[in-house]
Design a protein around this ligand. Structure first.
Ligand code: ATP
Ligand code: MG
Length: 171
């Protein structure tokens, strides 16, 4: 069992390809309202959790709600792939705007694991090449996270590590 230490108040950014287990990890480690999922916001603004056309509106709404939570002093988790530099840049600046630390939890599980999870899913199924591209983006990003402004970076490199991890909130 490994404990991932994070500040009591921070913006946690999950980073991982589709199928890597972000939403499952968030559900196990954070409270019901603490996690803001891009898919939920896509659903709220378009009726379709998978609609890529709804991404811009979804992230605008997600940012707004995250900002309200951080203003209220509430730890907030962003459940989106966040494998693209630009997506993370916006989240780091959101955290800074509210004077909280941005923290990254990276689910860098083997591509085969994300692909296998994806193949078994009933809620969504992406083309393997999309997941491969996300994993490539994640790999290229990994060493830049500190420079991007993330103040703590926890990387989980296998499903065993993801399943063994728990969160410790530090005052
Ligand atoms: P997306 O980016 O598409 O939302 P995700 O990273 O949130 O993907 P999850 O929805 O958490 O991925 O997981 C996808 C599937 O993988 C789940 O439906 C489940 O079947 C399987 N899975 C995820 N995490 C685990 C786990 N810890 N143990 C076993 N199976 C898991
Ligand atoms: Mg998810």
């Amino acid at each position: 069992m490994s404990e991932l230490a994070i500040p009591e108040l921070c913006l946690v950014v999950l980073v991982g390809a589709s199928g890597s287990g972000k939403s499952t990890f968030a559900a196990r480690n954070f409270g019901r309202f603490e996690t803001l999922s891009s898919d939920t916001f896509r659903g709220m603004v378009s009726n379709d959790e998978n609609s890529q056309e709804a991404s811009e509106a979804a992230f605008e709404a997600l940012n707004f709600v995250a900002g309200k939570r951080l203003e209220a002093g509430l730890l907030t988790v962003i459940d989106a792939t966040s494998v693209q530099t630009e997506a993370r840049r916006q989240l780091v600046s959101l955290a800074r705007a509210h004077d909280v630390l941005p923290v990254a939890i990276v689910l860098d599980v083997p591509l085969a694991v994300s692909l296998a999870h994806n193949a078994l899913r009933t809620d969504r199924s992406l083309e393997p090449r999309v997941i491969k591209r996300q994993q490539d983006q994640l790999r290229r990003s990994a060493r830049n996270l500190g420079r991007e402004g993330f103040r703590r970076i926890h990387t989980l490199g296998s499903m065993a590590e993801v399943d063994a991890a728990s969160i410790r909130r530090e005052p």
